[in-house]
Design a protein around this ligand. Structure first.
Ligand code: NOJ
Length: 770
C-alpha cells in the first residue's frame, strides 16, 4: 500500500503505512515486478508465483525446439480484418507457427476457437495464439469514455468497469486488452484526449493502476487476461495536437508528468506495454531504446512484452528513420519491441538478418521468451479455448454500474438556479443532434457496443417524467458538416440545406416549452484516434441553432456531449445551467436524468481544464510559474485563464472551506498533516470532492508546477454538517522524480491548499524538514 496507490483518498493518518516511497516514489530504485522467490506452477497462482522457474524452464524447452520461423511467428500479430480476406492462407500460416497473436475485431468466438485449434492441435509445437482487442471503455456494457470516467475522481469505479470489460472479453475469447490508455492529455486539439484520464499525473496514475487491477482481476486464478499500457510514451505531446506526429518532450516533463501513469500500471503488474507512434526527441518510439529498454526494463524491471503500435515498425521507414523494412525490424527489436503489430517486418526480414549476422539469435530469443512468458502466465497454454459462448449478454448489475458511472462522471459547469429540475413541469423541448442518437452516446472505440442497448437522453427523460409532461424531441440540425458530402458526394450547398432544415421545428418546440434542454456537442467520429481538430467549437450548424433558441429567453439547460473539452463561451454565458456529459455510453440518458432531477447529486470534477478559446492551447493548471508570473497575458487577459480549471465541478449545494492548518502527525516521527474543515452551507445533501494541492516553492533540479494535485477525498455531507478532512504531508505527497530517476523529497518551503478545485483558495505554508 502507498497513499498514491490507495483509492485516491488519503488514508487516515494512523493507518498510513510507514513504507519507503514505492509508487511514483522510489519506483525507479526498486524492482517493480520482482522475480519470484519460489518456483511455482501457473495454475491457480498469481503472476508473481507463476513467473517462477517452471515457466522459464518450459520456455527454455520450447526455445530449444523452435525454428527461427516459428520464433518470428510468435513475434507477429496480424489483424483479423486483413486475415478475413483469405482465411485459408491464414490457417496455413497458423499451422506453420507463423501467427503469435491476432487483433481480433470479429465478434465470432467460434471462429476464434477454430483458429486456436489450428495453432494448438495442428501446428508443430502447439503454441496457442493470443487474441487482443481494443476494449477501452467497455465491451458490450459501454461505460463513459476515459476522459469522462476520470471526472468521477474514483479509481474504484474505474476498476469495476474494467472488471466488467474483462469478463465480457473473456466470453468472446479476448485474452489481451489494449487498455489502459495512460497518456497525459494536455492539448484538447488531440482527438485521443477522449481515451485518456486528463491532465493530471497523480489522478492519471491512480486511474491507470485501478484499470490494470480491473482488467487483470483474475490474475490469481487459473486463467487471466493481459492488460496493455499504452501508448509508451509522449504520444499526447504531438506537436499542434496532430495525431501520429513528433513530440518534443524533455526528461523532466517525461519523468514527472508522462511516465507516472505507466509506472503505476507496471507496479500493478500490467503484463504488456504498447510503444507509441510519435518520436521523442527525434527518435520514433518504435526505435527508442532509451525509453523502451533503459527505463521500462532496466529501471522498472518490466518482465512482460512490448508490442509496437499499428504498423509502427514499418512506419520507421516512413519516418525516414530506417532505410528499409529489414533495418526497421532490426531497430525496433533492438530498441525493445517484442511483437510487431501488423507490419509484418519481423516475420519477413529477421530470418535473413539473423543468418547474415546483423541480428543476434539471442535478441530474437529474448523477445520470444517475453511473449511466451505472458502466454504462460495468463494460463493460455492450459486453457486456450473459450468453447461455445455465442454473445455477451447484457446484465442488470453491469447496466446499473454504467448508470452510476454516467451520473458520477458528468460535470456541472454552471448553474444559475435552473437545476435540479422539478418534475412539476408541463412541457419540455429537448433540442439538438445528440438528443436521441444512440450511436453518438457510445463514443469513440466502442466497437462492441450496440446502439439498441443505449438509453438516449430522450429516453432517459421520458423514463424520469410522468406521462402528463409533454416532451418534444427535435434534432434541429446535423452535427457533422463533413459527413454528408463524404457519404453522398454532394457539395456544400446541399449540405447547407440539410444542416439547417430543422431550425424552424426547433424554434417552435422551444417557444411552446416551459423549459429547453439543448443536447449539443461534437460528433464522435471527430474524436479518438485520428480525430484531431483545429477548432474547439460545436460541429455543424449547432452554434447557430443554439443562438437561435437562446434568443427566445426560455430557461435553458445545455448538455454537452464530446470527447474533449470544447470551448463554448456563448453556451457557458447564455445557458441557465451547463452539464458536461462527455461520451457517456449505454446508460447516457438514464444517468444524466438522475443528475438533472437531483436523484443523484452531481459530483463530477473536470480532469482536464476547459479553455476559453483555442488560442490558449495547450494550457493546463499544473504548468510552471515562469520567471515573470502573471505577465504573459494577452491584452484582453485571456491567455492564462481557463474558462473552467481542472477540478472544477458544481454541486446542488454549497460548501465552505475553512483555512488550511498544518498539524503534527499522530505519534512521534509521524509526518505532519494538512487539515481543513468543510461545511455544507447549502440547502441540500451533497458530495464534495476535496482536493489537496501543493507547490514546492523552490527546487534546484527543475521547476515544479505552480500547483500539483496530491490527494483528494470525496465526502458526503448533509445540510449544516461539517467535517475535518486531513491529508498526510509525507514524502509521497511532497516529492518528485529527480533527473536520475530516483524519487526525491527536498527539505524546504511548500504551499499547501485544500480546495474545491485547482487554483482556488488560500494556501498554508509548510516547512518540510529533511
Ligand atoms: C492503433 C492505436 O493507436 C492503438 O491505441 C490501438 O490499440 C491499436 N491501433 C490496435 O487497434
Amino acid at each position: 500500500l502507498s497513499t498514491w496507490n490507495a483509492q485516491g483518498n488519503v488514508l487516515p493518518t494512523e493507518t498510513v503505512p510507514k513504507l519507503p516511497p514505492r509508487f511514483y516514489g522510489g519506483l525507479m530504485q526498486v524492482p517493480i515486478v520482482a522475480p519470484p522467490a519460489t518456483p511455482a506452477h501457473s495454475r491457480g497462482e498469481s503472476f508473481q508465483n507463476a513467473a517462477g522457474d517452471w515457466i522459464e524452464q518450459r520456455i527454455d524447452g520450447l526455445l530449444g525446439e523452435m525454428t527461427i520461423r516459428e520464433k518470428l511467428g510468435q513475434l507477429t500479430q496480424i489483424f483479423s480484418g486483413d486475415a478475413a480476406k483469405d482465411w485459408d492462407a491464414v490457417r496455413a500460416g497458423i499451422r506453420r507457427g507463423e501467427v503469435g497473436a491476432f487483433i481480433w475485431a470479429l465478434q465470432d468466438p467460434v471462429l476464434r476457437d477454430q483458429l486456436q485449434r489450428e495453432a494448438v492441435e495442428n501446428s508443430r509445437l502447439g503454441i496457442p495464439i493470443l487474441f487482443g482487442m481494443d476494449i477501452i471503455h467497455g465491451a458490450r456494457t459501454v461505460f463513459p469514455i476515459g476522459l469522462g470516467l476520470a471526472c468521477a475522481f474514483s479509481p474504484e469505479l474505474f476498476e469495476e468497469t474494467q472488471k466488467v470489460a474483462a469478463v465480457e472479453c473473456r466470453r468472446m475469447g479476448i485474452d489481451w486488452i489494449f487498455a489502459p490508455m495512460c497518456d497525459l492529455a494536455r492539448d484538447p486539439r488531440w482527438g485521443r484526449v477522449a481515451e485518456s484520464c486528463g491532465e493530471d499525473p497523480y489522478l492519471g496514475a491512480l486511474c491507470s493502476a485501478a484499470q490494470v487491477r480491473g482488467l487483470q482481476w483474475t490474475k490469481n486464478r487459473r486463467r487471466s487476461q493481459a492488460a496493455c499500457l499504452k501508448h509508451f510514451v509522449g504520444y499526447s505531446e504531438v506537436v499542434g495536437g496532430r495525431d501520429y506526429n513528433e513530440s518534443d518532450v524533455g526528461d523532466w516533463v517525461l519523468l514527472n508528468q508522462h511516465l507516472p501513469a505507466f509506472h503505476a500500471g507496471i507496479e500493478e503488474e500490467a503484463l504488456t506495454v504498447m510503444s507509441s507512434f510519435n518520436t521523442v526527441d527525434g527518435i520514433p518510439m518504435a526505435a527508442n531504446a532509451r525509453l523502451l529498454t533503459e527505463v521500462l526494463r532496466d529501471r522498472w524491471k518490466f518482465t512482460g512484452f512490448v508490442v509496437s503500435d499499428w504498423h509502427a515498425v514499418g512506419g520507421l521507414v516512413d519516418w525516414g528513420c530506417a532505410r528499409d523494412r529489414a533495418e526497421a525490424a532490426r531497430l525496433a527489436l533492438r530498441a525493445g519491441n517484442d511483437m510487431d503489430m501488423i507490419s509484418g517486418c519481423f516475420l519477413s526480414t529477421l530470418e535473413e538478418e539473423v543468418s547474415a549476422g546483423r541480428v543476434a539469435l539471442e535478441e530474437v530469443d529474448q523477445a520470444v521468451r517475453r511473449v511466451l512468458r505472458i502466454k504462460l502466465r495468463i494460463g493460455l497454454f492450459d486453457s486456450p479455448y473459450i468453447r461455445g459462448a455465442k454473445e455477451i449478454p447484457l446484465r442488470r448489475r453491469r447496466v446499473a454500474l454504467a448508470r452510476r458511472c454516467v451520473a458520477e462522471s458528468v460535470v456541472l459547469l454552471t448553474n444559475h438556479g435552473v437545476l435540479p429540475l422539478s418534475r412539476d413541469v408541463s412541457r419540455i423541448a429537448l433540442i439538438g443532434p445528440f438528443a436521441d442518437d444512440p450511436h453518438e452516446m457510445l463514443g469513440c472505440w466502442a466497437e462492441w457496443g450496440r446502439p439498441e442497448d443505449v438509453v438516449t437522453l430522450a429516453a432517459g427523460l421520458r423514463g424520469a417524467l410522468s406521462e402528463n409532461v409533454i416532451l418534444d424531441v427535435v434534432k434541429g440540425c446535423g452535427a457533422n458538416p463533413l459527413a454528408p458530402p463524404l457519404r453522398n458526394g454532394n457539395g456544400g450547398e446541399a449540405l447547407e440545406g440539410e444542416l439547417r432544415n430543422g431550425f424552424l421545428e426547433a424554434i417552435s418546440a422551444a417557444s411552446a416549452a416551459e423549459l429547453v434542454i439543448m443536447a449539443i456537442g461534437e460528433n464522435r467520429s471527430w474524436t479518438g484516434e485520428s480525430g484531431s481538430r483545429a477548432e474547439l467549437g460545436l460541429t455543424g450548424a449547432q452554434q447557430e441553432l443554439f443562438d437561435a433558441v437562446a434568443e427566445l429567453g426560455k430557461p435553458m439547460v445545455s448538455i454537452v456531449f464530446s470527447g474533449r473539452p470544447l470551448s463554448l463561451p456563448k453556451v457557458w454565458e447564455k445557458s441557465g445551467a451547463v452539464l458536461y456529459a462527455w461520451q457517456p455510453g449505454i446508460q447516457a440518458g438514464a444517468g444524466i436524468a438522475d443528475v438533472l432531477f437531483g436523484d443523484r447529486p452531481p459530483s463530477g470534477r473536470l480532469c482536464m481544464s476547459v479553455l476559453q478559446n483555442i488560442g490558449q492551447t495547450p494550457l493546463y493548471y499544473n504548468h510552471s510559474r515562469t520567471g515573470r508570473p502573471g505577465e504573459g497575458q494577452l491584452r484582453e487577459g485571456r491567455l492564462e485563464q481557463a474558462a473552467f480549471w481542472f477540478g472544477h465541478g458544481l454541486t446542488y449545494t454549497s460548501f465552505r472551506y475553512g483555512p488550511v492548518r498544518i498539524a503534527d502527525g499522530a505519534g512521534p516521527g509521524a509526518p505532519s498533516v494538512a487539515v481543513a474543515e468543510i461545511e455544507n452551507t447549502g440547502p441540500r445533501a451533497g458530495v464534495e470532492t476535496v482536493q489537496l494541492y501543493i507547490r514546492q516553492t523552490s527546487c534546484h533540479e527543475g521547476v515544479r508546477p505552480q500547483q500539483e494535485l496530491r490527494g483528494f477525498r470525496k465526502i458526503a455531507l448533509d445540510p449544516g454538517e461539517k467535517r475535518e478532512v486531513a491529508f498526510v504531508l509525507d514524502g509521497k505527497v511532497l516529492g518528485y522524480r529527480s533527473r536520475s530517476g530516483a524519487w526525491k523529497v527536498d527539505a524546504g518551503d511548500y504551499l499547501v491548499w485544500i480546495a474545491p478545485r485547482a487554483l482556488a483558495g488560500e494556501p498554508a505554508r509548510y516547512f518540510h524538514l529533511a
